[in-house]
Design a protein around this ligand. Structure first.
Ligand code: FES
Length: 268
């Protein structure tokens, strides 16, 4: 944005339309400058630079999908619902929000019929996620996006489900323990070595070196600052990578992730 902020938003348009991207931006009272700028200053005809898109929340093939959204967390699920409909998969959606008026896309979604369970809290209270999900069934995937409390409820409801059944996207960082931070060194593939102290991030150090990648959230939730790891073992502290991607250890989010080894060689 012209105010030097970089923000990431979920694409919520037609994923088969290669010529346009659609995003939905919540006009929030606690904006840190991104959404308020978009609502106050962005207008038709303006040009903005963009990077990506990236997909850290892919839809895996399944016979049945349970989608669970809280508030603006509905956005990444919209193209998934369209895809599930297109492929004839069995799907249902639980979509919660403070009130019906505050729930983006509610009217459009309601037209999809009995698959869609709208849950305005001022009318129905807090949804019982475990009851809504019911028992684990084979070849079923659970996708959720929304505030931390909702994702926690989905995690605990899915505890007894087979591994990898549940996938979520966060827009608020999970809590991280910083007390065990230790120093390590980073080596840049293109040359250069630097020490990362316990109170700074790899991103801070890369900025100092003038080699920082694009970054946005600074909390390990957006995936913008992803950097390849050529050698060493990252200590992943983000909320973006899946367990399988963490095990591979070939990339890291430099705004929050650190090192388990004394050295890391980065693909920069
Ligand atoms: Fe968002 Fe690092 S800047 S994950």
């Amino acid at each position: 944005m012209p105010n030097n902020l970089v923000r990431h938003y979920s694409l919520c348009g037609d994923r088969w339309d290669a010529f346009s991207y659609e995003i939905a931006v919540l006009n929030t009272s606690d904006s840190k400058g991104g959404s308020s700028w978009i609502h106050d200053h962005l207008h038709e005809g303006m040009t903005l630079p963009f990077g990506g898109p990236r997909n850290h929340f892919p839809l895996v093939p399944a016979d049945r999908y349970h989608f669970i959204a809280g508030g603006i967390g509905i956005t990444p699920l919209i193209p998934m619902i369209a895809q599930a409909t297109m492929t004839g998969a069995d799907w249902r959606l639980l979509y919660g929000g403070r009130s019906r008026r505050s729930m983006a896309f509610a009217d459009r979604l309601q037209q999809l019929g009995q698959h869609v369970h709208l849950w305005p809290q001022d009318e129905k209270g807090i949804p019982d996620i475990a009851a809504w999900l019911g028992e684990a069934t084979p070849r079923t995937a659970v996708y959720s996006c929304g505030p931390g409390g909702l994702l926690k409820a989905v995690d605990s409801a899915c505890e007894a489900w087979p591994e990898y059944s549940s996938r979520s996207e966060r827009f608020v960082a999970a809590e991280r323990n910083q007390s065990n931070n230790r120093s390590f060194s980073i080596h840049l593939k293109s040359g250069g070595v630097a020490e990362v102290g316990p109170r700074e991030s790899v991103l801070d150090v890369l900025r100092r070196l003038g080699r920082a990648p694009l970054s946005s959230c600074g909390q390990g939730v957006c995936g913008t600052c992803e950097v390849g790891v050529v050698d060493g073992q990252p200590d992943h502290r983000d909320s973006v990578l899946s367990d399988a991607e963490r095990d591979l250890g070939d990339c890291m989010m430099v705004c929050v992730s650190r090192a388990k080894t004394d050295h890391l060689t980065l693909d920069i």
